[in-house]
Design a protein around this ligand. Sequence first.
Ligand code: BES
Ligand code: MN
Ligand code: MN
Length: 462
Amino acid sequence: MQDISEYLVKNKERFINELIQLLKIPSVSADPAYSQDVINASEAVKTSLLEAGCDTAEICETNGYPIVYGEKIINPELPTILVYGHYDVQPADPIDLWNSPPFEPVIKTTDIHPEGAIFARGACDDKGQMYMHVKALEFMVKTNQLPCNVKFMIEGEEEVGSENLGTFVAENKEKLANDIILISDTGMIGNNVPSITTGLRGLSYVEVEVTGANRDLHSGLYGGAVANPINVLTKMIAALHDENNHITIPGFYDKVEELSTEERAEMAKAPFSLENYKKALNIKAVYGEKGYTTNERNSIRPTLDVNGIWGGYIGAGAKTVIASKAYAKISMRLVPHQDWKEITELFKTHFESLAPEGVTVKVTPHHGGQGYVTPIDNNAYKAASKAYETTFGKTPIPQRSGGSIPIVSLFEKELKSKTILMGFGLDSDAIHSPNEHFGVWNYLKGIETIPYFYQYFAELSE
Ligand code: BES
Ligand code: MN
Ligand code: MN
């Protein structure tokens, strides 16, 4: 692979500006108010694929937002890489916590990104990381060195559970046939500590509703005599963890794989400073399941967290009222072998059993998905490792991530192919939070590293 430096010098500004244009489109899949923008983003992605050198690119309609598919097949005998990414983004709120508007990208330097970072919703998750692949393709095509076939499948519903992607994949197995799936939608340990993501957690997301009396009640006239759904809900939630922060749902841990002492020792070798971790979050202490380190708690252990809770009066001043209903949204991050549908059932049964007489409980499952562990003894990992060595000058560390991309396990099931996760974001890039950003250095490093993956993967597959 010819060195990209010269090409970057010439095209760097344009690469950044093109990404900025894409980031200006508020493609929030969760909020119907942005539906036209989500569709506009899919069009923009299609155009970019054609401009980068795909032979064909199309918008594939689904029951939800479209999937953009593009390909460049240079020789059917050669291996094929399937690039997956998403063009939809998380909602921007709370909007007033942004230092600049979420859909008006600006470049600012930070301590971690002295060369500047692009601040915008989707900068890192996933428009910036997805677009690295488009520009890497452009470089390989324009310089005549694409070493294998490539297919792109970029969806618009990742942030809402990829509901329609499963059907698309199942119905298009031939079209999507590949030798490896390549995704940049995760992170790495640090700009000086490249890492390859080798695990993703599964997810079960549920909403709960606790109902008391048939109407809101005066908290003086009825208080103390009738169940208060908010009191009850918080008590039920508190009962989901014990004093060691273990989850109390019966059967919850049955399928959790306990790592061996050696595996845990291997994991502990990854550079990590608890002091810096606490400092970055402005907390005095970390918190979590007893017996596990911070890095274990957020990767190889399952969790249960309330993501939102509401009910009752939250307006100005005081209103003395016992609301009839209380609600919470709860996510459970799962580890490989835990089945998300089974866990959802276990949760439902247990949560309902926690309710005292005097309230009714409704548990509504949202979406979920299986976890995934990637092999590190295959050609894809070797090729990725060599690619990072080439551009970072360091061997990357395998690292399990705490986040979820549920569709990855489905790819394996339907397409029978493995996934390699080459993420270039940092945990501090604030994905899903206000002031999300993506380092300009990281963006360009990704564009530089990806073509080497193609080259080494093609060589190792010979
Ligand atoms: N890109 C993230 C997942 C991620 C981020 C994995 C960083 C590893 C490291 C993805 O867009 C995401 O946000 N996934 C959701 C799950 C989905 C079903 C909504 C998540 O992890 O909350
Ligand atoms: Mn993502
Ligand atoms: Mn996301």
